[in-house]
Design a protein around this ligand. Structure first.
Ligand SMILES: Nc1ncnc2c1ncn2[C@@H]1O[C@H](COP(=O)(O)OP(=O)(O)OP(=O)(O)O)[C@@H](O)[C@H]1O
Ligand SMILES: [Mg+2]
Length: 315
């Protein structure tokens, strides 16, 4: 069954097309990893799907119903973990969950049961009576996730839920997402962390500048790059723009990425550029190390967007 479907979605802010003809389908039971650099449009896409903002054109269906026609009904089956943590700081963990459960129409014994189960699920049972002001970032995030789960949504949307939290909470969250999938929940998961996508996503969607620029399983995405050669160099001094330009102008070179003294040169297969690359970078005062590497998902992202996923980690 199709859980969510977006067709030809356009969303403008002023003259900027933040979502520029997006097509996306999410099937039941998937964990879809949504990747993209800062400003790609991930949050806008998520807010459109969750019915928080209206798109300018195109069609969105959830659970095979038109979003605009059945918005209240659909929202009951969605859980949204927003990019910024949204919990009430002057309510205890339990009271936060009771509040959010109440919004979804839960009450009485059922509400209590769901609140207990959900606190247990996110590992906050012992903290139920505490205020979030006493919590670490990771605990606050887990409470925030609990608020999105208390009504047992069929479709959980998470917008960078692991930014800036401790490794233990992060692992707990990833494990929870896997467990939710085992229980039949469908998940759309946005992150900057490649290894998270590699560890939990059954399918990956890469966005840039309002477009979906690639999607597929991890294997499919990396497979496309098997047709490329990657040379990784560490040079003695930072290369000048002239050196970078010479590298870019070599036959078969698709992309040159510089990060301090580290250079990556991605060419099409058979370009055989190693000798030429080495002779060009001699101008930088020498080469400290050279290697040829197999492409990873990080490379898929770099090749497609020209940006490192890590760019916006703090943002
Ligand atoms: N309410 C708004 N008004 C005007 N412009 C907006 C608004 N919301 C988003 N934008 C712009 O739309 C673009 C996409 O923003 P969005 O927040 O969807 O990106 P993102 O992929 O979630 O980025 P990040 O990784 O930083 O969270 C950005 O250029 C942003 O400035
Ligand atoms: Mg965002």
């Amino acid at each position: 069954m199709t859980i969510a479907h977006m067709e030809n979605i356009v969303k403008r802010y002023g003259s900027q097309r933040v979502l520029d003809h997006i097509d996306l389908t999410i099937e039941q039971g998937e964990i879809v990893g949504l990747l993209g650099p800062n400003g790609a449009g991930k949050t806008t896409l998520i807010h459109s799907l969750a019915g928080l903002i209206r798109v300018d054109s195109g069609e969105i269906t959830l659970f095979n119903q038109q979003l605009t026609d059945h918005i209240q009904e659909i929202k009951k089956n969605i859980g949204l973990v927003t990019q910024d943590i949204t919990v009430f700081e002057d309510l205890t963990a339990r009271e936060n969950l009771e509040f959010f459960g109440g919004i979804y129409g839960l009450k009485g014994a059922l509400l209590k049961q769901r609140v207990d189960e959900t606190l247990e699920f996110v590992g906050l049972k012992e903290q139920a009576k505490k205020l979030p002001t006493k919590f670490s970032g990771g605990m606050k995030r887990r409470l925030n996730i609990a608020c999105a789960l208390v009504h047992k949504p069929k479709f959980l949307i998470m917008d960078e839920p692991t930014v800036g939290i401790d490794p233990q909470s992060r692992n707990h969250i990833l494990e929870s997402v896997r467990e939710l999938q085992r229980q039949g929940t469908t998940v759309l998961y946005t992150t900057h962390y490649m290894e998270e996508v590699q560890s939990i996503a059954s399918r990956v969607v890469i966005m840039d500048q309002g477009h979906v620029i690639a999607q597929g399983t991890l294997d499919e995405l990396v497979e496309n790059l098997q047709h490329e050669e990657k040379i990784v160099l560490e040079v003695a001094a930072e290369p000048t723009e002239a050196v970078l330009e010479k590298l870019r102008n070599l036959d078969g070179v698709k992309k040159v990425v510089q990060d301090g003294l580290k250079l990556q040169i991605i060419s099409s297969t058979g370009a055989g550029n190693l000798d030429r690359v080495l002779s060009i970078v001699k101008d930088t005062g020498g080469v400290r190390s050279v290697s040829a590497e197999k492409p990873t998902l990080e490379d898929v992202f770099l090749t497609l967007t020209g940006k490192s996923l890590r760019d916006g980690e703090e943002g």
